[in-house]
Design a protein around this ligand. Structure first.
Ligand SMILES: CC(=O)SCCNC(=O)CCNC(=O)[C@H](O)C(C)(C)COP(=O)(O)OP(=O)(O)OC[C@H]1O[C@@H](n2cnc3c(N)ncnc32)[C@H](O)[C@@H]1OP(=O)(O)O
Ligand SMILES: CC(C)C(=O)C(=O)O
Ligand SMILES: [Mg+2]
Length: 524
């Protein structure tokens, strides 16, 4: 085998399933195992067969149905565990039994309540027994990183003497540090030269957030198998995340020189499947598979990525199978380039002053909304186009609403001549009050024919779109307004409808009777 090829041992279905609250049935485990095979992992640790009849059945089903990877079952250093594991994986193309016993004094004294001598004997017997049942036997000295290195070496020598084919060095409680872990492995290679003839493996936990860093240090020290789990699942803070270590090796391959057999384009699918079946969501800012991992929200980054992706991305989202995720997210930190590009996607070719005006409205909206969606943008732009044909402008308004007295509205309007006029009114409801306050300020007797308000987008911070039809001196016209505040949306719509109807009245008075009515533009 290529000495630079790293064996990917996936333990999502064993250590990953040890995450509190996860219990996968045989069908669910099989579905994940099939995806792991598509992903191209080399070994699937399918479960702990002695743990329950269900887990035994799940491991057996996977062993029978999943082609490609080695299928492993975990076993304590007990004959019954080993026999159950061997039976469960027996029908696999390539079965493996993974047996383990602690070598740290903390575990030997307090958990096993035993002695180093007994542990040495149990390890030897366990590997020998496993080897009598299957060819491929992995041995792990549990809690090795807190154990005496000389004693661990002695146990490993016994495991090798009995025919172990892979030796795994677990950092069971996520205690070690990269330099220390690498030094521990280097020392084991010196103390147990036979380790050079088998595969040395790393199995790191994330209690201090170092699982991937420690695993990587182990690979640099000579290990060629990495035990990891999709989405970093595993006991307590989890195991090294498969996607992180695999992409680290891929992205820095030229510098590190190690490869895996993983089809990285299957990573996103594997992550989503595991998340769905385990009920463990992925944190948005998780490396590689988090929702944000390939999204850019800030204007400077968006500008860079729009000009050349590599300015702010060290890998492409396509390389991990996230083709369907949009890279540019519009929010309060976005700039004109991103807005222009998003508008272009919607079919609006805006530039110059129109872009500046849309950008101003967009920033105001982004201050109110966490994320600005395509629908919000569309509403904003059409609203901006409508604003171009308005004659009256709503400068500001105040509405006092209460259940104890009738609502009162005050408005300030800028007329087509640039004059500021004010009006106020006490109405039946806040919208009625503001509409009549606009009439009072403009000294127009417009009559409301229709009023409707719709939510443009979902959620508490949704944009509302108000539509108003007004009648003035026998003519009618419509106006629309958009805002996160429905009273403001209604007032904008009223002011625009008033501008439109007034223009119609003037035109009707000026033009011959067969003239066509003026069409308002509002769509791209
Ligand atoms: C670091 C790891 O991830 S190790 C794997 C952890 N995974 C699991 O434990 C999940 C599956 N486990 C189970 O379903 C159960 O714990 C079983 C079926 C394996 C055992 O259940 P029980 O027999 O009731 O024992 P229990 O879990 O309470 O205690 C563990 C026993 O195993 C012993 N033990 C622990 N590790 C080992 C080992 N590697 N080899 C031999 N014995 C061990 C403990 O000393 C304890 O023995 P004791 O009963 O003589 O005190
Ligand atoms: C069983 C072993 C490999 C384990 O999961 C650990 O020590 O963390
Ligand atoms: Mg573990």
């Amino acid at each position: 085998m290529d000495p630079n090829r790293v064996i990917v041992f996936d333990t999502t279905l064993r250590d990953g399933e040890q995450s509190p609250g996860i219990s996968l049935n045989a069908a669910e485990k099989l579905e994940i195992a099939q995806q792991l095979a598509r992903l191209g992992v080399d070994v699937i640790e399918a479960g702990f067969p002695i743990a329950s009849p269900g887990d035994f059945q799940a491991v057996r089903t996977i062993a029978r149905e999943v082609q490609g990877p080695i299928i492993a079952g975990l076993a304590r250093a007990h004959a019954a565990d080993i026999e159950r594991a061997a039976e469960a994986v027996r029908d696999a193309e390539r079965p493996r039994v993974h047996t383990f016993i602690s070598t740290s004094d903390i575990h030997i004294q307090h958990q096993l309540q035993s002695t180093r001598e007994d542990v040495l004997g149990q390890a030897r017997a366990a590997v020998a027994h496993a080897r009598s049942l299957v060819e491929d036997v992995e041995f792990s000295p549990m809690d090795a990183t807190r154990a005496d290195v000389e004693f661990t070496a002695e146990v490993l020598q016994a495991a090798l003497d009995e025919g172990a084919t892979t030796i795994n060095i677990p950092d069971t409680v996520g205690y070690t540090m990269p330099d220390e872990y690498a030094a521990f492995l280097t020392r084991l290679y010196v103390l147990v030269p036979g380790l050079h003839d088998v595969v040395l493996s790393v199995h790191c936990h994330n209690d201090l957030g170092l699982a991937v860093a420690n695993s990587f240090a182990g690979l640099k020290a000579g290990a060629r198998q990495i035990e990891c789990a999709i989405n970093g699942l595993g006991e307590r803070a989890g195991n090294a995340s498969l996607e992180e270590i695999v992409m680290l090796l891929r992205v820095r391959e030229a510098d590190v020189g190690l490869t895996t057999g993983i089809n990285t384009r299957e990573i996103a699918r594997a992550s989503r499947m595991v998340s769905r079946l385990t009920g463990y969501g992925v944190q948005p800012n998780k490396a590689i598979v988090g929702r944000n991992a390939f999204q850019h929200e800030s204007g400077i980054h968006q500008d860079g990525v729009l000009k050349e992706r590599s300015t702010y991305e060290i890998m492409s989202k396509a390389s991990v199978g996230f083709d369907d995720v949009s890279s540019i997210v519009l929010g309060k930190h976005s700039g004109r380039h991103a807005l222009q590009s998003a508008l272009m996607d919607l079919g609006y070719d805006v530039a110059g002053q129109t872009l500046n005006q849309a950008f101003k409205r967009f920033k105001e909206l982004a201050d109110k909304k966490k994320q600005v969606t395509a629908m919000d943008l569309e509403a904003l732009v059409t609203d901006e186009l409508r604003a171009d044909v308005s004659s009256y402008t709503l400068e500001w308004f105040d509405v006092e609403a209460s259940t104890r007295r009738p609502p009162h509205a005050t408005v300030s309007i800028i007329t087509p001549d640039g004059e500021t006029v004010r009006g106020d009114f006490t109405g039946d409801g806040p919208i009625d009050a503001i509409f009549r306050a606009i009439n009072s300020a403009t000294r127009r007797e417009a009559r409301l024919r229709e009023f409707r308000i719709d939510a443009v987008t979902g959620g508490q911070d949704a944009l509302g779109e108000a539509s108003v039809i007004l009648e003035l001196s026998g003519s009618t016209a419509a106006g629309q307004g958009v805002s996160t505040d429905i009273i403001e949306a209604a007032a904008l719509a009223y002011v625009r409808a008033l501008s439109n109807v007034e223009r119609k009245v003037i035109m009707a008075a000026e033009e011959p009777e067969d003239a066509q009515p003026l069409e308002l533009s509002g769509t791209p």
